[in-house]
Design a protein around this ligand. Sequence first.
Ligand SMILES: *C1O[C@H](CO)[C@@H](O)[C@H](O)[C@H]1NC(C)=O
Ligand SMILES: *[C@@H]1O[C@H](CO)[C@@H](O)[C@H](O)[C@H]1NC(C)=O
Ligand SMILES: *[C@@H]1O[C@H](CO)[C@@H](O)[C@H](O)[C@H]1NC(C)=O
Ligand SMILES: *[C@@H]1O[C@H](CO)[C@@H](O)[C@H](O)[C@H]1NC(C)=O
Ligand SMILES: *[C@@H]1O[C@H](CO)[C@@H](O)[C@H](O)[C@H]1NC(C)=O
Ligand SMILES: *[C@@H]1O[C@H](CO)[C@@H](O)[C@H](O)[C@H]1NC(C)=O
Ligand SMILES: *[C@@H]1O[C@H](CO)[C@@H](O)[C@H](O)[C@H]1NC(C)=O
Ligand SMILES: *[C@@H]1O[C@H](CO)[C@@H](O)[C@H](O)[C@H]1NC(C)=O
Ligand SMILES: *[C@@H]1O[C@H](CO)[C@@H](O)[C@H](O)[C@H]1NC(C)=O
Ligand SMILES: *[C@@H]1O[C@H](CO)[C@@H](O)[C@H](O)[C@H]1NC(C)=O
Ligand SMILES: *[C@@H]1O[C@H](CO)[C@@H](O)[C@H](O)[C@H]1NC(C)=O
Ligand SMILES: CC(=O)N[C@H]1CO[C@H](CO)[C@@H](O)[C@@H]1O
Length: 413
Amino acid sequence: MRLHTGLASLGLLLPLASAQSGSNSSTNSTGAGPDENGLYWIYGEGITAAFITYGASVSRLLIHDKYGVERDLVAGFDNATAYTLDPVHPHLGGVPGRYANRIQNSTFEIDGQTYHVTPNENPTAQAPEGADTLHGGPDGWDYRNFTVVSHTNDSITFSIVDPDGKEGFPGEVVSYITYTLRNMTWDLKMVALATTKKTPIMLSSHVYWNLDGYANNETNTALNHTFYLPHSGQRVGVDNILIPTGDIVANKQGSVNDFWSAPKQIGADLQKPEADGNCGFNCTGYDTCWLINRSQDGPYDWHAEGDFVARLHSEWSGIQVEVYTDQEAFQMYSCNSQNATMPLKTTQGLHDNPDFPRTIPQYGCLVMEVEDWIDAINHPEWQREKKQIYGPGGDPYVLQASYVFSINDTTTS
Ligand SMILES: *C1O[C@H](CO)[C@@H](O)[C@H](O)[C@H]1NC(C)=O
Ligand SMILES: *[C@@H]1O[C@H](CO)[C@@H](O)[C@H](O)[C@H]1NC(C)=O
Ligand SMILES: *[C@@H]1O[C@H](CO)[C@@H](O)[C@H](O)[C@H]1NC(C)=O
Ligand SMILES: *[C@@H]1O[C@H](CO)[C@@H](O)[C@H](O)[C@H]1NC(C)=O
Ligand SMILES: *[C@@H]1O[C@H](CO)[C@@H](O)[C@H](O)[C@H]1NC(C)=O
Ligand SMILES: *[C@@H]1O[C@H](CO)[C@@H](O)[C@H](O)[C@H]1NC(C)=O
Ligand SMILES: *[C@@H]1O[C@H](CO)[C@@H](O)[C@H](O)[C@H]1NC(C)=O
Ligand SMILES: *[C@@H]1O[C@H](CO)[C@@H](O)[C@H](O)[C@H]1NC(C)=O
Ligand SMILES: *[C@@H]1O[C@H](CO)[C@@H](O)[C@H](O)[C@H]1NC(C)=O
Ligand SMILES: *[C@@H]1O[C@H](CO)[C@@H](O)[C@H](O)[C@H]1NC(C)=O
Ligand SMILES: *[C@@H]1O[C@H](CO)[C@@H](O)[C@H](O)[C@H]1NC(C)=O
Ligand SMILES: CC(=O)N[C@H]1CO[C@H](CO)[C@@H](O)[C@@H]1O
């Protein structure tokens, strides 16, 4: 196969050829390989996680709460095969790609040429397959098995080769996803190269969090989680199927979408009329792309301690996570469409409380996605092309993030 020389300059020349064959020869040299459930485990101080090849998804993320009880904070299934068998509950902890979030009318233009990608959301009479493309299409990256190219005690690297024309996207994309654990911290690094043609690339990590490990005995929602977006006074304006209109909207202080002026519980404003329709037609809640404005204070180091872009905290468990990233937008989805059909894992929930069935109810979780400005490929007026369009010989796409966990035992009473 062809050598991807661009990766060498990134210090990323990995045994792609052997990995491509699907063998496990390179996976067990340093790590232990998958367990009987198809999970690849890695370890850091105070944190343990497991991943699966399907979507390069995180399947377990274990942190001890303020009482010392281990909690599994991410939604998913007990074993790797179950993910592929339940198409109704997708995107569980994986990497949406090659273009996360929605593409208006499933089209975009590069250098005067129009491309049509496969639609998969919001079907209408005129567009029976869908009016837009969500998370890279019906066979986006998080519906495919990645290859494990490296697995050690504290780190795992997955790769995917996305062929030219797949889901309608131009050119081949080769990507490496590396997850590493250290002291109470989950580090993510995603690199992608457009090897043959110019193409849009936008990745993210799509985890359904519940900082109580879905085991809160007072409420089974995440509405009492406190959320804070200190750099996000603006958001991307959307229409009633969540397609960006091009307008950048102010989150006025005290409004439903204001999480910048002070931390606020997710449920705090959902009774306000302004919350109705906030996540699309007939939807009350959040599925919002906030912008991250940091450059006003000059150049910044995205991982400077204390300069997180988002913070989520649950008083019940005491578990807090601060999200650091080099990305310039942040999506939060409050699980508005969950409807108590997604089962909890055996590692989660209450096993003896009839009040709380072992499923995820509406508002029972929270998705947090670091990303670039959504659908910027259809908004040249935003001038994001260098962050969205990649081609052979150019810079690689890079996404970095750190999820820093701690125990914050602040109580409001
Ligand atoms: C994986 O490795 C084991 C142990 O070396 C070997 O027995 C097995 O055949 C390998 N499987 C594949 C698919 O190569
Ligand atoms: C793996 O990492 C954990 C956490 O850092 C450590 O406690 C453990 O000793 C390591 N195991 C091996 C085999 O290195
Ligand atoms: C995997 O999980 C599914 C859903 O919980 C279950 O039906 C299936 O039996 C499990 N498979 C294995 C091999 O454990
Ligand atoms: C992906 O891997 C899972 C096991 O981890 C397997 O059940 C499934 O068939 C694989 N899917 C494809 C498309 O290879
Ligand atoms: C949507 O795309 C189709 C071609 O797929 C085109 O005919 C139509 O004009 C587009 N609609 C809008 C609103 O851009
Ligand atoms: C982990 O972080 C905690 C809190 O910041 C610190 O007290 C501890 O020394 C760190 N451990 C290591 C091995 O760095
Ligand atoms: C709820 O859980 C907390 C923390 O584990 C525990 O202290 C408390 O007793 C539980 N309350 C009930 C009613 O079970
Ligand atoms: C939990 O959230 C509900 C709804 O937003 C609110 O009424 C209640 O006061 C909150 N409870 C705590 C302990 O913060
Ligand atoms: C609006 O949502 C509610 C509950 O989510 C549902 O019962 C109702 O049918 C929906 N209405 C329309 C017009 O879709
Ligand atoms: C629950 O949500 C799933 C996924 O959106 C959907 O397929 C299913 O029809 C819904 N079930 C009920 C009972 O509303
Ligand atoms: C702990 O959480 C509370 C409520 O979310 C917040 O006000 C406080 O700043 C947090 N403390 C730290 C050290 O992060
Ligand atoms: C898949 C596989 O072969 N896993 C093995 C990797 O190595 C560890 C430790 O030697 C074994 O326990 C696994 O079975």
